[in-house]
Design a protein around this ligand. Structure first.
Ligand SMILES: Cc1cc2nc3c(=O)[nH]c(=O)nc-3n(C[C@H](O)[C@H](O)[C@H](O)COP(=O)(O)OP(=O)(O)OC[C@H]3O[C@@H](n4cnc5c(N)ncnc54)[C@H](O)[C@@H]3O)c2cc1C
Length: 394
């Protein structure tokens, strides 16, 4: 075991820090334009590509930098410390990883080089109005009709559908009853497809949420939409997703840890400065100090689990091996970000609720991690069932 970052990882951290410092002052305006005008500054993605982050999971032969998950996760954590969130980077990367793993080569050639160049941004759609935590209950169907794969149904809460170029979507390859009648396994009967948001038969309505990083959420309606492509083997689309979701959870943990460190730094800075009784800063009171010190200790511990997950992934560990660590890491990092946001808010007193300090918005961003991309309860269910071997209640 070596707990120091490698020279290459240090360089990645350095370049992510520079990226963060370059973009942090522009983020408010970028979010405002995304919310009010539906425009997202594309130089954000091309700049990410120049730093090598947009192609981090893509091997050089498909135009990427092939850095791997650990450097990408370190980059996302570092950017979050600087105040630059990157939800669309995370979503596009997990989609690219799915295409890389599942293929075929023709699709790798079609999609991976533009992703690595920061020219192709992708949303990800799995959630449905009647199938959130239980993806196996999804009803949207992407079925073969001659040469075409035709999509019908509804997805909801899809982040960035208005600003993306393509959507990677998981749907049934046949209705649920047909799969059962054919006695296919539960994991069969799914297609992963690429959909163009400009395709005929596609429409979307906004879900009025608080959003993430200026990105809106949308309900997508598909009425006989012809898909651009099917990723991987027809009917077996959900299999490569298992590994992809491990990467997504590790990257979500990276963002949560970066968020935690940023909130901690902001709270400490404020606590050193703010005086309300005589000439003593509030940071000298142990009621303020101790919760912050506790968060720092927990941050360092969760960071170790996070490095472990990312390293296991890059070393090619099997999805079943990484799965429990990736979900536990996402759980701990998410809960820690919420704790840090709550304590930062408390440290700022009433000013925490002023939009100028950004603390209350940070709380909402952190709180989302308890619900999405996978909820706290579903993580604990998985740990209880698959790690502890307890019986399933649902
Ligand atoms: C801001 C935002 C952005 C999002 N972006 C995307 C996106 O880009 N793409 C996408 O596909 N989805 C996206 N989602 C959807 C998100 O992944 C889901 O909201 C999340 O997975 C929970 O599903 P649900 O909302 O249907 O909750 P439900 O499944 O209805 O669950 C409701 C509550 O019940 C609990 N619960 C459910 N089943 C169990 C059980 N068996 N045991 C214990 N507790 C249980 C849940 O944990 C939760 O607390 C986004 C959501 C939000 C809020």
């Amino acid at each position: 075991m070596d707990f120091r970052l490698t020279e290459e990882q240090e360089m990645v951290r350095d370049s992510a820090r520079k990226f963060g410092k370059r973009w942090a002052p522009k983020m408010d305006e970028l979010h405002r334009r995304a919310v009010e005008d539906g425009e997202f500054d594309r130089t954000f993605f091309t700049d990410l590509a120049e730093a090598g982050f947009a192609g981090a999971l893509i091997p050089e032969e498909w135009g990427g930098s092939g850095m791997g998950l650990t450097p990408l996760a370190i980059a996302m954590e570092t950017m979050a410390i600087e105040g630059v969130g990157s939800a669309m980077l995370m979503l596009t990367q997990m989609n690219a990883l799915c295409i890389l793993r599942a293929g075929p080569d023709e699709l790798r050639q079609k999609y991976l080089p533009p992703v690595a160049a920061g020219e192709l941004v992708m949303a990800f759609a799995i959630t449905e109005p009647d199938a959130g935590s239980n993806s196996f209950r999804m009803a949207t169907v992407a079925e073969r009709r001659g040469d075409d794969i035709v999509l019908n149904g509804t997805k909801t809460f899809i982040t960035g559908a208005d600003i993306c170029d393509k959507i990677l979507l998981i749907a049934r390859s046949m209705p649920h009853e047909e799969r059962k009648a054919k006695e296919m396994p539960k994991t069969a009967g799914f297609n992963v497809v690429v959909v163009d948001p400009k395709a005929k038969g596609f429409s979307m309505t906004e879900v009025p949420t608080r959003g993430i990083e200026g990105l809106k959420q949308w309900t997508l309606h598909f009425d006989d939409v012809i898909c651009d492509d099917v990723v991987g083997d027809e009917h077996m689309g959900i299999i490569p997703m298992f590994d992809v979701l491990n990467a997504e959870r590790t990257l979500a943990a990276a963002a949560a840890l970066g968020m935690t460190e940023r909130l901690l730094l902001k709270a400490v800075e404020y606590a050193k400065d703010r005086k309300v009784f005589g000439d003593r800063a509030i940071g000298s009171y142990q009621a303020i100090q101790h919760p912050l010190a506790e968060i720092k200790a927990e941050l360092e511990a969760v960071r170790l689990l996070f490095y472990k997950c990312a390293t296991m992934f890059d070393q090619g560990a099997r999805p079943m091996e990484i799965g429990p660590y990736a979900t536990m890491c996402k759980y701990l990092a998410g809960e820690l970000a919420i704790k840090a946001a709550d304590q930062a808010l408390q440290t700022f007193g009433g000013s925490g609720f002023s939009s100028e300090t950004g603390m209350i918005d940070a709380y909402v961003n952190a709180r989302l991690l308890r619900t999405a991309p996978i909820s706290r309860e579903m993580i604990l269910n998985q740990v209880a069932e698959h790690v502890l071997g307890l019986p399933r209640s649902y």
